[in-house]
Design a protein around this ligand. Structure first.
Ligand SMILES: Cc1cc2nc3c(=O)[nH]c(=O)nc-3n(C[C@H](O)[C@H](O)[C@H](O)COP(=O)(O)OP(=O)(O)OC[C@H]3O[C@@H](n4cnc5c(N)ncnc54)[C@H](O)[C@@H]3O)c2cc1C
Length: 436
């Protein structure tokens, strides 16, 4: 796999040293693809998007295979912050309404809210009840001006907002904020493995360690070649998000923009440290900056904080970002300043030039589907996108996909320069955060 970041980012043989890997029970790995197989739909990428698409296809009676280059959950789906929110874009509400109209905006938000509830139900019904935490998300205002903007926001399309007065979140520097429902925390690796189990129960073939290295046309369909075998299918779905490899299918080159997100998890907090963030309970939270921090008190009493930073993903950058996460914890949560980080890892989140997801079929080749670009908020979005795409493959019109999710993001000029674009974007966000 090859992309614009440091080669180590794409090395699927490297274990992700996350808290999730350390705390998940062992799981029966289905093993790589071997030999030639034929199926209706071949899906590249075994994260939430690819698996949700396969599950929905299975529910509709359509057979599929899911091929992933790494272990199941090796991608972002097994190593994220586990914060289950709703929207997966990087635009303001007003910008979305201007671009797509109120009706499509409403359809999008309602569908994301419904997906959020569906994920909770899935967890409850599939042995993951113990990894659901909380029933809302805290959004903390980083400035007085942002707090005023939040006061004006309205509950709509199934999203419920409750004002959080400034003195109700002691232990963090903020200007109050809002509580957003629905929202909750989960163990992301257990979730992606449970999705793989569900897909297999529906007859889907799921093959980790099966990197697709060649994608060729075969009659009216496609043939995907991996090290141990090949899959021939009527349709192909690309669900590789930020790991979309350059050169596998030139139609997708240069559209996904990887932005690195870094996560630190501390040792188990002391009683006193825990008391300082008692207001958070088991709910996840984030601040309102564009270069936000996101955080959770985990069921084991450890504290998780994630933040953006670094543009290439090199080893040196990792060491720097580990220190930066520690410093951010001390700055935002002074009572936790002594809680050292025991687990640190990172991965790319996927942005696009349109700042919205990319779900649909290629206009000139409807046998190729794509489902990617969740802008750092993909637990809900990727599963929603995967399921909607499956319904389109099964015969629904692409209009079935709400407009903010639909379509293919534009290709960037000089895609090799993506890390530079991201560096510039992070700089602009830093300035806009300081001014807002
Ligand atoms: C550090 C971090 C924190 C995050 N925190 C949150 C959060 O708290 N809440 C939230 O909602 N979202 C969060 N996200 C985003 C979320 O994790 C992603 O949006 C989501 O997991 C994307 O799912 P996916 O299935 O589209 O992609 P992925 O899970 O990344 O799966 C793509 C897969 O494609 C595979 N692949 C690539 N090329 C090939 C090939 N040639 N052949 C076969 N397989 C291939 C890769 O191996 C990879 O496993 C976070 C992401 C990161 C990195």
């Amino acid at each position: 796999m090859k992309g614009p970041l440091d080669p180590s980012v794409y090395d699927t043989t490297r274990r992700v040293e996350s808290w999730w890997e350390a705390s998940a029970p062992s799981w029966r790995d289905p093993g790589p693809l071997s030999g030639e197989i034929q199926t209706e739909v071949a899906i590249i990428g075994g994260g939430y998007a690819g698996l949700a698409c396969a599950i929905r296809l299975g529910e509709l009676g359509i057979g599929s295979v899911v091929l992933d280059a790494g272990a199941i959950g090796w991608g972002a789906s097994g190593r994220n912050g586990g914060i289950v929110g709703t929207r997966s874009d990087k635009l303001s509400e007003s910008a979305l309404v201007r671009r797509y109209g109120e009706k499509e905006y409403g359809r999008y938000v309602e569908a994301a809210v419904a997906m959020n509830h569906q994920i909770r139900t899935f967890c409850l019904e599939n042995g993951l009840a113990d990894c659901i935490q909380g029933d809302c998300e805290f959004e903390l205002a980083h400035s007085a001006r942002t707090a005023i903007r939040m006061e004006r926001s309205q509950s709509e399309y199934g999203i419920e907002l409750t004002r959080l007065p400034p003195d109700s979140a002691p232990g963090i520097r903020c200007h109050g904020g809002q509580i957003i429902r629905p929202g909750f925390g989960i163990h992301p690796l257990r979730l992606v493995r449970a999705l793989a189990d569900r897909a297999q129960a529906l007859g889907v073939r799921v093959h980790p360690r099966s990197e697709v290295t060649l994608w060729e046309r075969a009659g009216h369909g496609h043939r995907l070649v991996a090290a141990g075998g090949a899959a021939t299918a009527r349709s192909v779905v690309l669900a590789t998000n930020d790991f979309t490899p350059d050169g596998l299918n030139h139609r997708f080159d240069g559209r996904a923009i990887p932005v690195i997100s870094n996560i630190g998890v501390t040792r188990v907090l002391t009683e006193e440290e825990r008391a300082s963030i008692a207001w958070l309970g088991g709910n996840p939270g984030a601040d309102s900056r564009r270069l936000l921090s996101y955080f959770r008190l985990l069921p084991e009493g450890r504290f998780l904080l994630g933040m953006r930073g670094d543009v290439r993903g090199s080893e040196a950058g990792a060491a720097r970002m580990r220190r930066a996460v520690s410093a951010r914890i001390a700055e935002q949560f002074p009572a936790l300043a002594e809680a050292e980080i025991t687990h640190f890892w990172r991965g790319p989140v996927c942005a696009t030039a349109s700042m919205t997801p990319s779900v649909g079929l290629l206009r000139d080749d409807p046998t190729v589907g794509h489902v990617f670009a969740w802008h750092g908020s993909g637990i809900t979005g990727a599963q929603l996108g995967g399921r909607l795409l499956a319904e389109v493959i099964a015969g629904k019109s692409t209009d079935h996909i709400p407009a903010p999710l639909r379509g293919l993001a534009p290709r960037l000029p000089l895609p090799g320069l993506r890390p530079l674009y991201v560096g510039a974007m992070l700089g602009l966000y830093r300035i806009s955060d300081a001014l807002s």
